[in-house]
Design a binder for this molecule. Structure first.
Ligand code: GYE
Length: 348
């Protein structure tokens, strides 16, 4: 028997991959982005072929930021760009992420991308990926592991810097208002506890807080990065403290929840109101809220990490080395700025 014709090998490879996906329980997951046709994977056993097979473990869909992030990965890792993406939504649960990564290993993907919900609990599964020879790229949030060699690299924001920028902005703002000697009563709606974004933003803001002797942090509680929980926690805060001067919201969606709670309690916020609102992410909806004068300032966090991760993968494919840690550039916005143009161009 002569060599198998290319088309038949193609079909067979695809069938084998489909079978493998079914056996590993991944068939029930969302369809990979393939530009509408079944991808050609030359050898299902190794996952190698015309496409670079990438497994992406996303956290969930808890916020506008997250939706922007998913969109960025989905539109980057397409068949047109030479990828076969296996996307997994962990529904905000680390156990689902661990399962997803283990499935990617079984499927012998070429690369694993993880946006880890919290920093701890990753040693074992990352060791399994390493033993299988699959590079792991961390995007957005990071991990705390004993051996940094367990992942190839990390790309994301300096959350600590974002937190510090918020604190420094507040200091300047209060000074301009002649309130630098007043007692300033602050509450914080924290993100998912133990996540890199929460830890960094809390610590960064905390550094400025330490220097400002008349700032008082009345309370900090997690709203899990969602609007609903943000509102719930803010309602509690408003019941417990009769005067709140500043709410630090560790993402936009919790800020929206906080604003709801404040309005329900017949209080006002923003540059013309009683309560100062600071937020992180700077998605389109938050910039519009800034324009409506319900938020005072937003500190940008860029969810468009897909192209950066793709660049990293291309380098690794060429056998080049990549930087272990790569930060993305970010800015901030407040209500004194001209926002119309920025809002127009905002894609998340
Ligand atoms: O700020 C928040 C999202 O990890 C930076 O997660 C991300 C954060 C983002 O749910 O909106």
């Amino acid at each position: 028997m002569g060599p198998m014709p290319r088309m038949d090998r193609k079909k067979m490879g695809w069938l084998l991959l489909a079978l493998l996906l079914l056996l590993t329980g991944c068939g029930k997951r969302e369809e990979p982005v393939t530009g509408g046709h079944a991808p050609y994977v030359e050898d299902a056993a190794t996952g190698k072929g015309e496409y670079i097979v990438v497994g992406f473990s996303q956290i969930g869909s808890e916020s506008d930021w997250r939706i922007g992030s998913t969109e960025s990965f989905r539109s980057t890792f397409t068949a047109e760009n030479g990828y076969y993406l296996i996307y997994d939504d962990a529904q905000q649960k680390q156990e689902n992420q661990l399962k997803a990564v283990r499935n990617f290993i079984l499927q012998k993907v070429d690369y694993i991308i993880v946006d880890p919900i919290v920093e701890t609990g990753w040693d074992a599964v990352l060791k399994e990926a390493k033993d299988a020879g699959i590079p792991v790229i961390l995007a957005d949030r990071s991990v705390k592991v004993e051996d940094e060699e367990l992942y190839t690299c990390w790309v994301g924001s300096s959350f600590e810097q974002e937190g510090r920028s918020a604190g420094e902005w507040l200091r300047e703002y209060l000074k301009k208002q002649g309130r630098e000697d007043e007692e300033i009563r602050i509450v914080t709606l924290q993100g998912t506890l133990g996540s890199t974004a929460q830890i960094g933003r809390t610590e960064g803001f905390g550094k400025v807080l330490e220097q400002e002797k008349n700032w008082v942090m009345l309370d900090q509680q997690s709203g899990d990065f969602t609007q609903a929980k943000g509102q719930e926690v803010m309602e509690e805060f408003l019941k417990n403290y009769d005067r709140i001067d500043v709410v630090v919201c560790e993402n936009d969606n919790m800020a929206f929840g906080a604003i709801e709670a404040i309005k329900k309690a017949d209080k006002t916020c923003g540059p013309d109101g009683e309560i100062i609102i600071l937020s992180f992410d700077a998605g389109r909806a938050a910039l519009e809220t800034l324009l409506d004068k319900d938020i005072n300032a937003v500190f940008e966090c860029n969810p468009k990490l897909g192209p950066l991760v793709s660049e990293i993968i291309r380098k690794l494919e060429r056998g080049e080395s990549v930087e272990k840690i790569q930060y993305v550039e970010e800015v901030y916005f407040d209500s004194t700025m001209d926002l119309e143009q920025i809002i127009e161009e905002r894609t998340y």
